[in-house]
Design a protein around this ligand. Structure first.
Ligand code: BTN
Length: 266
């Protein structure tokens, strides 16, 4: 299948490393970072043999989907840089909306997923390296997978997935390069806006598309599973879970499951 025949057009400040197959674009981005690759290097692969997901999971990566990682070298703290996970999720949601028929429901899902018609279409894996103080960012990798032609069906943890071609997308040989180019352009504008305006506008845009907001959700943490109301995203990107009228918990890591009564699927 020749699905990635064309070259994406990226902003002039970005360098593209295009690969056929790779173990993982995030792993390659790490190798590139350690080898001195510059800020705004994009590693794009047609397929991955060891694609990685959040929380140690694998990401099934046959040819026909989008797999890329953006290497950034930013000044600042690791904790702040993690806000870019919400920037890229907003960008993916906006870009996919532009490529899909109007009326397609595109949502963000905490922490960094994008859903199409209630099903997972895209996942994001953020990885970073800090300086000796454990705080200052040395480099950040934003890894993005988007199901274009194939998806695993029901993934790990019962997550229901989909692919663009199953949601009304008219696939062309140039589609992957077009979507990738569009996302990187939008991301670059989002990065500049975040550097100038901070997290608040990003948070607002993310909340405007947030799946399950205001409804009942279940959060699976490493050692417990808790249910409550998805009340908000706080100023640092933590999910605010209302346990009852008086107790709120801030969730900084975990898997979210949206109750069917919420009108959403996970
Ligand atoms: C998740 O939802 O669990 C995150 C999935 C992230 C997958 C992408 S594909 C490109 C990049 N390389 C990887 O190995 N993982 C990310």
């Amino acid at each position: 299948m020749t699905v990635a025949a064309s070259e994406p057009e990226l902003p002039s400040s970005y360098q593209l490393l295009r690969l056929g197959g790779v173990d993982s674009t995030n792993l390659e981005a790490r190798r590139q970072a350690e080898g001195g690759a510059s800020d705004k290097t994009v590693i794009w692969a047609a397929s991955q043999s060891a694609g990685r997901g959040r929380r140690g999971r694998s990401w099934v990566s046959p040819e026909g989907n989008i797999y890329f990682s953006i290497l950034l070298r930013l000044n600042g703290d690791v904790a702040d840089a993690m806000q870019l996970g919400f920037v890229i999720a907003n960008v993916i949601a906006e870009s996919l909306s532009d490529f899909l028929p109007s009326g397609t429901k595109v949502e963000t899902k905490w922490p960094n997923d994008v859903l199409l018609n209630g099903k997972k279409i895209s996942g994001i894996l953020m990885e970073s390296e800090s300086a000796n103080d454990g705080k200052t960012l040395k480099w950040l990798i934003i890894g993005v997978g988007i199901n274009v032609c194939a998806h695993p069906g029901t993934g790990e943890g019962g997550v229901i997935t989909t692919a663009l071609v199953d949601e009304g997308f008219d696939f062309q040989p140039t589609s992957i390069a077009s979507i990738l180019g569009d996302i990187v352009h939008k991301f670059d504008r989002g990065l500049t806006a975040w550097q100038k305006g901070g997290f608040a506008p990003v948070r607002n845009a993310w909340l405007a598309r947030a799946a399950g907001l205001g409804g009942e959700i279940t959060v699976r943490l490493p050692n417990e599973t808790i249910s409550g109301t998805f009340k908000d995203l706080n100023k640092d990107g933590a999910l605010v879970l209302g346990i009852n009228n008086s107790v709120e918990r801030l969730i900084t890591a975990g898997d979210v499951f949206i109750s069917p009564t919420n009108g959403e699927m996970d």
